[in-house]
Each structure stands twice: as structure tokens, then as C-alpha cells.
Ligand binder design. Structure first.
Ligand SMILES: [Zn+2]
Length: 227
């Protein structure tokens, strides 16, 4: 957050873009996926301290469960100027679903989150970053105006609001790398996009479920997890 502030970047929300109000200099969007309770207990106080806004993509089926945000916490986020977006009902990969399930995931999550926040929900983040033409079509028909992917990149003028690119922030990300991402260093962007494309190809070869299992296993080995 300090780096964002000192670099002269200005966090906005998707609703800001939708409103047509002039954008600040160096606009950017901070997003949080899933809706775990630490979004409320840890992220919100930091955002408040820096007077920054962010978008929280919440799995609506987890609301009020242990470890996940409660309805009143979501309301408080919205009242603090944060945007509430959908991350589906169940976090199933939307590109794999039959059309009726896909429609339910999109519509029911939007409805629950609008009820919890008291605000209109206009944005959706794809679970696992898995999208398709069909997902975009149903997203549009369900009333979403922005779809966030997991593909790394910078959203330049004239970007497609149904293919919003994002950068995953990890603990191991150095300040220097973050700075090059924020300033749009073409070498760093090209390298990340290459890696992402390799991942997409592996998914096509192994199938989505198996790829996800391998990826999860690799991640737990890296973290030194035992289970
Ligand atoms: Zn997620």
C-alpha cells in the first residue's frame, strides 16, 4: 500500500469506471478474491488507514460460515466505500458447468451479495480464472458489466470489460517486481503472460481438474505443507 501511495497510483473501483466520472491519474484497482474473514479483519483496516478503496469478490455460498465473512461485515465493507463483487456461489469452475448451473451461480450470487451489501453488484471474478464465451454471455445476461480474469496484464484504453486482466499478488513478490508491474514494464508483463499461456496449454493437455490437482500439489510442496 505504501508503494502504491508513494508511486502516485490511485485505487478506484469498477463502479467508478461505470459512472463515467473522470479517472484519477494512474488509476488501478485492488481486488480480493473469495471473501475470507481476514478480508474484513485485516484488509479493511489497512485500506481505511490509507484511504483507499478496493473490490471484494465474494463466494456467496460461504457467507456466515466459520472463517468467512458474515453478512454484516460485507455491509460494513460496502459502507466504507468498498465495492462488493461476485465470485460465484460455490467457486466451481464456471467454464465446466451446464448452462442451468452456470446461470444459477451467476444470478444467485449476485442476488445474495446485493442483499448483504445493500448495493448493486456489477462485477464478477471468475473462480480459478476459468472463463469461456458462454460464461461471458451469461455474465452479461445476468447483469454483470465487468468480468475479472486471472490473466496477467495491464488494461489499457479501450480494454474489454469482460476480459479484465489482473496480477496475482503473492507474499514472495518483491517491491521491485511490484513497481515494474505498476509502471507496466513490458518485459515483466511479457514474461508473466508467457507463463500464463503455458499454464493454459497444460490445462488443455491434462484437463482442468487434473491440472488443478497438480498445481495444488505443487503449491503445497512449495509451502512445505504435509497434508
Ligand atoms: Zn477464488
Amino acid at each position: 500500500m505504501q508503494l502504491i501511495e508513494s508511486g502516485g497510483f490511485h485505487p478506484i473501483t469498477f463502479k467508478h469506471i461505470k459512472s463515467g466520472a473522470p479517472l484519477p491519474e494512474n488509476p488501478m484497482i485492488i481486488t480480493f478474491d473469495d471473501g475470507e474473514e481476514n478480508n474484513y479483519s485485516e484488509a479493511l483496516p489497512v485500506l481505511r488507514r490509507f484511504r483507499m478503496s478496493a473490490v471484494f469478490f465474494i463466494i456467496s455460498g460461504n457467507i456466515d460460515q466459520i472463517g468467512w465473512m458474515k453478512e454484516h461485515q460485507i455491509k460494513e465493507l460496502a459502507q466504507a466505500g468498498m465495492e462488493i463483487g461476485s465470485h460465484s456461489v460455490s467457486h466451481r469452475f464456471l467454464s465446466n458447468l451446464p448452462e442451468t448451473d452456470l446461470r444459477d451461480e451467476l444470478r444467485n450470487s449476485k442476488k445474495s451479495l446485493e442483499h448483504a451489501s445493500g448495493e448493486e453488484v456489477v462485477s464478477l471474478a471468475l473462480p480459478g480464472g476459468r472463463g469461456s464465451k458462454m460464461v461471458r454471455l451469461h455474465g452479461y445476461e445476468s447483469g454483470y458489466q465487468f468480468l475479472a480474469t486471472s490473466e496477467p496484464g495491464i488494461n489499457q484504453d479501450g480494454f474489454d470489460p469482460f476480459k479484465i486482466q489482473r496480477w496475482a499478488m503473492t507474499e514472495s513478490l518483491s517491491d521491485q517486481k511490484l513497481r515494474s508491474i505498476l509502471t507496466g514494464d513490458p518485459r515483466v508483463i511479457a514474461a508473466s503472460q508467457r507463463r500464463y499461456r503455458v499454464g493454459t496449454r497444460l490445462k488443455a493437455i491434462f484437463g482442468d481438474e487434473l491440472y488443478h490437482k497438480i498445481w495444488t500439489l505443487a503449491a503445497s510442496v512449495k509451502l512445505g505443507a504435509t497434508a
